[in-house]
Design a protein around this ligand. Sequence first.
Ligand code: PLP
Length: 491
Amino acid sequence: MNREVYGKLIFELSRPGRRGTRPVDNSTDAFPRAELASELTRTSATELPEVDEPTVVRHYTRMSTNNFGVDSGFYPLGSCTMKYNPKVNDALSAIPGMARLHPFQPDATVQGALRAYWTLQRSLSEIGGMAEFTVNPYAGAHGELTGLMIIRAYHDERGDKKRTKVIVPNSAHGTNPASAAVCGLEVVEVASLPDGTVDVEALRPLLDDTVAAMMMTNPNTLGIFESSIPEIAAMVHEAGALMYYDGANLNPLLGVARPGDMGFDVMHINLHKTFSTPHGGGGPGSGPVGVRAGLEHLLPNPRVIRDEATDTFSVVREDSNSCGSVTPTVGNFAVELRALAYILTMGRDGLGMAGPMATLNANYIKEALRDVYKLPVDRVCKHEFVFDGLADKSTGVTTLDVAKRLLDYGYHAPTIYFPLLFHESLMIEPTETESRETLDEFIDVMRRIAAEAISEPDTLKAAPVNTPVGRPDDTTAALEPIVTYKQLRDK
Ligand SMILES: *Cc1c(COP(=O)(O)O)cnc(C)c1O
């Protein structure tokens, strides 16, 4: 790796007078050269980089390989399922008849697209055990907000105005309390037991007639199945509140268990996690929201409905008694088509295998590394699990060092220092699509790093050494990133 070349900006490769191909002037009397009006032309040259064509091509090709993706390597991230996205999904969503539609085309001209939306709404309802789904929201967090708006509308409709609190476990993803706050609700935290599951006895005194909802993630962030859910749901419903399911961790439950059957009233699904749609770069994502029977009318519009008699589809746009609107169109169509393609190509049996395989892969890695990494919760996990750093604490090597060293070996780093329940959290989620060989290679590298922590801790402290950028100061990189050439030049 030549950091000198990798780190260069296109402006730094510039040489005065260098240029790419310049077409010769072939104008003739029959084909005269067209002149631009003088008010459209520049009076002085812009500051553009001056580079020859091979340099430009190599620069951008090199940059395109700097990013790590699931198509280039194993991605053991925990918390956000980063599963492989089958290429057939992309191919199907790129069919011109789908890709070139306009979101406000008359319903009669887009019956195929509306059928696709409707089929997805029905499929997600079946998978989640819910009565109906909206595919409006653009992300998981957006789905959480939509779900809480539905819950607020439910209480408002009943004239129950004093329910302003949302109970959130202290192990929850940060978007849960954030969504509740954005929805104008007050967040009340409930403690976890040492194994990371919700402390039912701590929950009991928090439940009264001011509570609107309880938000839960199952399996929770530690990858542990929340086995007290039936009891919690009964308590929450007894208090007149609703149960919200954060479906970001739905992957291990696919085809095995359904949130609707566990007593959840409202849920969201992250299509960019469980349903293999692309993930990253800030979007586009999709966070459909489902509700149990009796809450369907509160779902936001626009929504696709089917006329059974004629087997035709239409978009309901007016917002009479729904929770309000969260998007101008039915949804992120290109993303939703990919999710539908995934569901239909996997089929009931394929989807039913995804959860158990994700669970098996996570437990396989956990058991293979537990002698060299500290396992704070020693239970069978679902799709992910958390180590609390290295088992040998005498080396001074931290979870951060392990994560940085993984980059040198060509792996994406896992989620670190989350959840906050442990000091050295290192969260691993292999997903269902990885082969035994891929898992074994990763285990081998993790063991090698644990050995290096003892034999050469300074190497780990200096890692990564093989990447285009070394180890930046995390705080400065986050708070004062240099994102413009000018700033860099002025430094
Ligand atoms: C990813 C995630 C979210 C938020 O989803 P986004 O699509 O990133 O907004 C919420 N909860 C959990 C548990 C998650 O893992």
